[in-house]
Design a protein around this ligand. Structure first.
Ligand SMILES: NC(=O)c1ccc[n+]([C@@H]2O[C@H](COP(=O)([O-])OP(=O)(O)OC[C@H]3O[C@@H](n4cnc5c(N)ncnc54)[C@H](O)[C@@H]3O)[C@@H](O)[C@H]2O)c1
Length: 395
């Protein structure tokens, strides 16, 4: 497939590094950037035959099969409109929209045009994430009760992120979109997100949006997805997930503690990793950022989905659900109460209620707890099924 890249900034280069970094049959054909020197430089750096300062020209180029949107958040909708008009498959970076309303329009546009809308949520494609998801789907963690995802760093690299009009918000819309989709996957994408409680504040930067937030998303089966996001965190980019189930636990540290630790006085002074704040002292480099951040698996899934005429793992519908959860988080941060997630079109299960599965010990008792004490004795705590009495039994 031949690809048009819209945008030539930070993420466009990460995407291009992923697309041209290793042998791949899909090729970058053209780049759109609003300034010709940037378009030209990008085309030269990645060896593209064509570059343009016209978005329509890039999308409509007859050789282009699929368009990648790597533009600021305020331009995603217009770019999707142009792709739908041209009948070109479109892969859009996160967040899909600035609001659920925008995301819903984008979803409708791709579905009405009969093109594929892939949601480029790379953190749902990291090797650690994919393996964790396989284990969870196989039942290794039992019923998922709580999934927490954290993304914090010292703040984004371009002016438009800090402008609420252009970005749609602060750390919640920028980083929370990743965390929410990670938890959604672990809890089950067919389980409806019901309501959100969120605290958000502007603690450090002179901006209209939040630079720090914590939120809880309650799902129809009673599970909680928690997100922790910040543009105030010092020390690099902290990407961590925790999943807790009735049969097990997973802890993932995706970025700063990958098992690669290094000390340098600063001689050499090279790039360490995204958002690293220092290149001297003890450092935590990331071996292959493109791969460890999920970009390679993500593009493979997207192109295979187009070829196989199937949906990718992350779709525009997922982007719409994430935006709707974010909308509820912003409402809750204002109101201070749980706010419902407003989804016009829920496509998952509708038969789910809060799960309470208590372990049975025998005909009369439920098992509350079983423990071996330091002296080797085994103790059981049981609850009578009819009377409710809690008793201890030593074995
Ligand atoms: N992990 C990820 O998936 C990830 C990481 C970073 C950014 N992003 C997303 O990628 C998108 C771009 O972010 P970035 O970090 O590359 O930002 P950036 O500022 O580095 O690049 C933005 C691009 O948009 C272009 N642009 C901005 N305003 C424009 C305008 N008015 N008209 C035409 N072009 C304009 C810029 O020229 C540039 O090419 C955002 O939606 C962001 O949320 C995703």
């Amino acid at each position: 497939m031949k690809i048009a890249m819209l945008g030539s900034g930070f993420i466009a280069r990460f995407y291009a590094d992923s697309l041209v970094g290793q042998r791949r049959k899909d090729t970058l054909h053209t780049v759109y950037s609003r300034t010709s020197d940037k378009a030209e430089k990008f085309a030269k750096d990645y060896n593209l035959p064509y570059h343009t300062t016209s978005m329509a020209e890039a999308i409509e180029h007859p050789e282009v099969d699929v368009v990648v949107i790597a533009l600021s958040n305020d331009l995603h909708l217009a770019a999707v409109e142009a792709c739908a008009k041209a009948g070109k498959h479109v892969l859009c970076t996160k967040p899909l929209g600035r609001t659920g309303e925008e995301a819903k329009k984008m979803l409708a546009l791709v579905e009405e045009a009969g093109i594929m809308g892939g949601y480029l949520e790379d953190l749902c494609y990291t090797p650690k994430f994919l393996k964790s998801l396989d284990s969870i789907k196989a039942g290794s963690l039992g019923r998922i009760l709580w999934a927490k995802s954290r993304e914090t760093h010292p703040g984004p690299h371009s002016d438009w992120f800090w402008n609420k009009e252009k970005s749609g918000g602060g750390a919640i819309v920028d980083l929370g979109c990743h965390c929410i989709e990670i938890s959604r996957n672990f809890i089950g994408k067919d389980i409806k997100p019901v309501e959100v409680m969120c605290w958000a504040a502007t603690q450090v930067h002179p901006i209209d949006a939040e630079d720090n937030a914590i939120g809880m998303v309650k799902y129809a089966n009673g599970a909680i997805g928690q997100f922790e996001v910040s543009w105030c965190f010092r020390g690099g980019m902290d990407l961590r997930d925790e999943v807790m189930g009735t049969e097990g636990t997973i802890w993932l540290n995706n970025f700063m503690r990958t098992g690669f630790e290094m000390f340098t006085t600063g001689k050499g002074g090279t790039y360490v990793a995204e958002k690293a704040e220092s290149n001297s002292g003890w450092l935590f480099p990331v071996g292959d950022e493109i791969h460890e951040l999920g970009y390679s698996h993500m593009f493979t899934d997207m192109f295979e989905a187009i070829e196989g005429m199937r949906e990718p793992s992350e779709t525009f519908y997922d982007g719409y659900v994430v935006n709707s959860i974010i909308d509820a988080a912003y409402r809750s941060a204002k109101s201070g109460i749980w706010e419902p997630v407003q989804l016009d079109a829920w496509r998952g299960r509708t038969d789910v209620t809060e799960a309470h599965a208590f372990a049975s010990y025998d005909e009369d008792f439920h098992l509350i707890k079983e423990e071996i004490l330091p002296n080797g004795e085994k103790k059981l705590i049981l609850k009578h099924k009819k009377t409710g009495e809690v008793v201890r039994r030593d074995l």
